[in-house]
Ligand binder design. Structure first.
Ligand SMILES: [Zn+2]
Length: 306
């Protein structure tokens, strides 16, 4: 059943205050990609086991596949069934219109990513479109996240190594972050400090000194995209510095696929693939989520008030 406007406002207000608490107490929300129902269950099981607050998130591809209102209902029903603290984020929303639809569906978090969808857009166009979403989000109180330039990589398993000299050119700067936050009024700044979408054959390296400088330059929340394949100690330090949202996708997808391939091979006579997914894949993905909840220091931090 769709949420009423009052329910949306209540959910968004709680999400906002919980982000502030995360910052005050040095823990971060894991934002885990919701590819399908089994991945949602995997996140819910991990959140329950660790009594950890979580975000699940969908990009436009999942929105097209599942539907915004179905996602909202799936998350609400799962939250109630498991008795967990869970919010939903619209990740890399490609247009103002798509972001507005997410706000109207009651998503507590909206990531507007104009630059990724339109590489040729000017800084001014990106700021203008982001501001429009910030303004519209006042309808429900949804938190808006963005960044001035698109992130590299894609949420997949990559075989190439990471060319940090190239990547460094796209890092956030404290001055750029301050200007973008001031001009747009966003709630969460998505920092680029060595984080990169996807999983690579080499571990990622985060520039924590730069993160600290960005933290000092802005007063809003800070998120890290492209968390997969990052050694846990970086997350533990980033959370101490003040990051409150970390996106994980590829690590879960790799566990999902590798486990599924193996169990299909091991069970050549089983044609109920969904049965194999429930029995084996969900736990494999859930283990990945659990390890992140510990690194993000969100284990034990859930507030259940319904
Ligand atoms: Zn991302």
């Amino acid at each position: 059943m769709p949420q009423t406007l009052d329910e949306m406002r209540k959910g968004c207000a709680k999400a906002r205050s919980r982000m502030q608490e995360a910052r005050n107490n040095h823990w971060a929300f894991g934002a885990f990609n919701l590819d399908d129902e089994p991945t949602l269950i995997a996140v819910a099981k991990a959140a329950k086991k660790h009594n950890a607050p979580v975000l699940v998130e969908v990009s436009q591809g999942e929105v097209d596949d599942i539907g915004l209102l179905n996602i909202r209902d799936l998350v609400d029903n799962t939250k109630d069934t498991y008795g967990i603290e869970m919010y939903v984020n619209l990740d890399h929303s490609p247009s103002v219109e798509a972001a507005k639809e997410g706000i109207e569906a009651g998503f507590e978090f909206i990531h507007i990513d104009i630059s990724q969808a339109n590489h040729q857009d000017s800084d001014q166009e990106i700021v203008q479109a982001t501001k429009e979403v910030v303004e519209y989000a006042k309808l429900t109180g949804a938190s808006v996240e963005s960044e001035p330039h698109y992130f590299g990589g894609s949420s997949n398993l990559h075989t190439e190594k990471i060319d940090y000299d190239e990547i460094k050119k796209t890092f956030s700067t404290p001055e750029g972050a301050e200007k973008f936050v001031r001009e747009t009024g966003i709630d969460t700044f998505a920092a680029a400090i060595g984080n990169l979408h996807g999983k690579y054959p080499v571990p990622k390296v985060l520039d924590l000194d730069l993160l600290q400088k960005i933290r000092n330059a802005i007063d809003c929340n800070i998120s890290l995209h492209g968390g997969s394949g990052t050694p846990g100690h970086y997350f533990r330090d980033a959370v101490k510095i003040g990051v409150t949202k970390i996106n994980i996708n590829s690590d879960m997808r790799v566990a999902y696929r590798n486990t599924l391939v193996k169990v299909l091979q091991d069970n050549p006579d089983e044609y109920s693939v969904s049965k194999l997914i429930s029995k084996y894949v969900v736990d494999a993905v859930s283990e990945i989520v659990e390890s992140k909840l510990v690194d993000f220091n969100s284990s034990g931090k859930a507030v259940i008030d319904y």
